[in-house]
Design a protein around this ligand. Structure first.
Ligand SMILES: [Zn+2]
Length: 133
């Protein structure tokens, strides 16, 4: 059963809300990192190289977070496009209809849960713990 207009509207609203959240997060991280390179003032010199090292680690973690947020924002935009062209809610691998319950939780999902699992097994996504058969 294809998704009806009211359901699509509701899911679209979820995408919008999540996107706004991501924007806010990315902005916070950017501010945190001191904006772009040009606007970055030479900060108070951190004398202790250990402290500097920690700061670098913190920054790279924040960068990684920001990248994850940006990736998610791309997925959201892609989901909106699929809503436009009518392919939204179809698993891109097996072509089945992604259960609504899954879309409610993950409105930007491109794959049904079993395909997502398969996909993650063949594409390194974050830290992967191998399953023991
Ligand atoms: Zn599938």
């Amino acid at each position: 059963m294809p998704l009806d207009a009211a359901t699509l509207d509701r899911l679209r609203a979820k995408l919008d809300a999540r996107e706004a959240e991501l924007r806010e997060e990315v902005r916070t991280v950017r501010d945190d990192l001191g904006g772009d390179v040009e606007s970055r003032e030479p900060r108070n010199q951190v004398e202790d190289s250990g402290e500097r090292g920690e700061e670098l680690i913190r920054e790279s973690v924040r960068h990684a977070e920001m990248e994850a947020d940006l990736d998610e924002a791309v997925e959201i935009a892609a989901a909106r496009e699929r809503m436009q062209d009518g392919s939204y809610g179809e698993c891109e691998l097996c072509g089945c209809e992604i259960p609504l319950a899954r879309l409610e939780v993950q409105p930007a999902a491109r794959r049904c849960a079993p395909c997502q699992e398969k996909w993650e097994r063949t594409h390194a996504v974050g830290v992967h713990i191998p399953r023991v058969p």
